[in-house]
Design a protein around this ligand. Structure first.
Ligand code: FRU
Length: 536
């Protein structure tokens, strides 16, 4: 369906748009912090969002010389999807972002779809300058004319390089570096990693219902290594935006390879979502951990996030080994309604930056997801409760003394013996609109409920039902870590074992915050709440 819409859309606007964006090539980066900046209704205050117009997937995330780069799928001429460019921003702390001019524009080979970037430390590509390693971006080009003509080879992989810390980019004259000789319609979203064991660059990209792995000595010449995935994981839609990387299993020296794999539609709670696989890569093939295979057999999937608004996320390349974290960010939306959400000046934001941790659990190898510790710089006033029994509602609004729309909370709640409570946090406004996030002990599920949280008539797929996620832990203490930012909530439950990310659009910002417990009392062992400051 989306392809049909895109096709019609493109047939009318592509050429005009490309011409217009070329004229805008000299747009200067924003100065930030001016009065009225980022104050529109529903504008996230500590999540990254583009200054203007459309954004989807994060792209080209790479750390180099003290800067985290974030590129993103961007259409600079409208607040809906259109001819894709790579927008660009940098941050020194993952929290405060500086907008930079557009990095990559469409050209005669096509639009600039999703992809990745690496530091070519040994200058294998030869693009380096004066002994300095180049940044190399690897991305899909999508040729609209090819698609319209009914061809199936209109997506292929290209590269570009930068020798000035990502500020300007030169496309490689030999593009595409991976042509689509197999003529596969969905052939996109390359993510590249250097594999020290096999001493080669490894590219993973999505080919409709599986991923392809390719290898290269120099980022220019690529050879097909293997395929993975047709018979494993969720296949309710098209595979997109994979990421393949090594990780150490927490608390051990053991190494595994993790494959993140976005899927649209077919996610846990509908529409777009990201599943993952844990296994090994031997320089040629990715094979599942024997223990993991049963979790993804017969169409089953293991989800990174059970909310509806974390899609196409991938991890940062080249985070220094002295840091050692695997850092992740996703697009905080869903193709079910992304182009319809009620914002004007811009559309979409990223998730918070997160750290992925690989754990050997009773269910097998699993990823835990945690908000990065850098986010603590946003904390303002704090409020704490210790050891309090709660039944029905505890109104925290006056106690907190700060706006309910931008809050971080950590709660440790003890489940009482012999009862099955339903508890959580509700944020609401004067209009009676309310969003709830919590845990229902009877069904052993976390949930996120935006069905009464405000505007929803823009799409009949937005607020259909509450979103649920099975609890994994059997501990008597439930841990909730929550971030509310005007139009979104992120839940990291049980130390990141279960994650839910959802957006919402209250008519006026949420001003009231309550802790609720029904169907029995709960004991709040600790509740910590912080006011969060804006990041712009
Ligand atoms: C995922 C995706 C990618 C593609 C990009 C186009 O959201 O569909 O597969 O490269 O968006 O903008």
């Amino acid at each position: 369906m989306r392809n049909l819409i895109l096709c019609l859309f493109f047939s009318t606007v592509l050429f005009a748009a490309c011409q217009k964006t070329a004229e805008n090539a000299n747009v200067q980066p924003s100065t930030n912090s001016t009065a009225g900046y980022y104050t529109e209704p529903h504008r996230p205050q500590f999540h990254f969002s583009p200054e203007k117009m459309w954004m989807n997937d994060p792209n080209g995330m790479v750390y180099f010389e003290g800067e985290y780069h974030l590129f993103y799928q961007h259409y600079p001429d409208a607040n809906v999807w259109g001819p894709m460019h790579w927008g660009h921003a940098v941050s020194t702390d993952l929290v405060h972002w500086k907008h930079l001019p557009i990095a990559l524009y469409p050209d005669s080979l096509g639009l600039i779809f999703s992809g990745s970037a690496v530091v070519d430390w040994n200058n294998t590509s030869g693009f380096g300058l004066n002994g300095q390693p180049p940044l190399v971006a690897i991305f899909t080009q999508h040729l609209m004319e090819g698609e319209k003509a009914g061809r199936t080879d209109f997506q292929y992989q290209s590269i570009a390089y930068s020798t000035d810390k990502g500020r300007t980019w030169t496309k490689y004259a030999g593009n595409p570096v991976v042509p689509n000789t197999q003529k596969i319609k969905d052939f996109r979203d390359p993510k590249v990693v250097w594999d020290e064991d096999s001493k080669q660059w490894v590219m993973v990209f999505a080919a409709h219902d599986h991923v392809m792995l390719w290898g290269s000595p120099d980022l220019k010449k690529w050879k097909h290594l293997s395929d993975f995935g047709k018979e494993f994981g969720g296949h309710g839609g098209v595979w997109e935006c994979p990421d393949l990387f090594p990780m150490t299993v927490e608390g051990t020296g053991e190494k595994r390879w993790v494959l993140l794999q976005s899927l649209n539609p077919g996610a846990a709670n509908g529409g777009s979502g990201t599943q993952y696989f844990v296994g090994n890569f031997d320089g040629k093939k990715f094979t599942l951990d024997p223990g993991f295979a049963s979790s993804v057999a017969g169409g089953k999937a293991v989800w990174l996030d059970h909310g509806r608004d974390n899609y196409a996320g991938v991890t940062w390349s080249d985070v220094p080994s002295s840091d050692g974290r695997r850092l992740f960010m996703g697009w905080m939306s869903n193709w079910d309604y992304a182009t319809l959400v009620p914002t004007e000046a811009w559309r979409s934001a990223t998730t918070l930056p997160r750290q992925l941790v690989l754990k050997n659990t009773s269910a097998g190898m699993r990823l835990a997801t945690l908000p990065v510790k850098e986010l603590e710089v946003l904390r303002g006033k704090a409020y704490t409760i210790d050891n309090q029994v709660v039944e029905n509602n505890l109104d925290l609004t006056a106690k907190l003394g700060f706006a309910a729309s931008m809050v971080e909370m950590e709660l440790e709640i003890e489940l009482p013996e012999g009862s099955i409570p339903d508890f959580g946090i509700a944020v609401s406004n004067q209009q009676g609109e309310e969003y709830r996030v919590g845990f229902d002990a009877a069904s052993n599920q976390f949930y996120s409920d935006r069905t009464k949280a405000g505007k929803a008539d823009f799409s009949d797929k937005f607020a259909v039902k509450r979103h649920t996620a099975p609890r994994v832990s059997s501990s008597k203490t439930v841990h909730l870590h929550l971030f509310f930012d005007v139009a979104s909530c992120e839940l990291f439950a049980d130390n990141g074992e279960v994650v839910m990310t959802d957006i919402y659009f209250p008519t006026t910002d949420f001003s009231k915050v309550q802790l609720y417990a029904s169907n029995g009392k709960v004991k709040v062992k600790t509740l910590k709440a912080w006011e969060l400051k804006r990041a712009f």
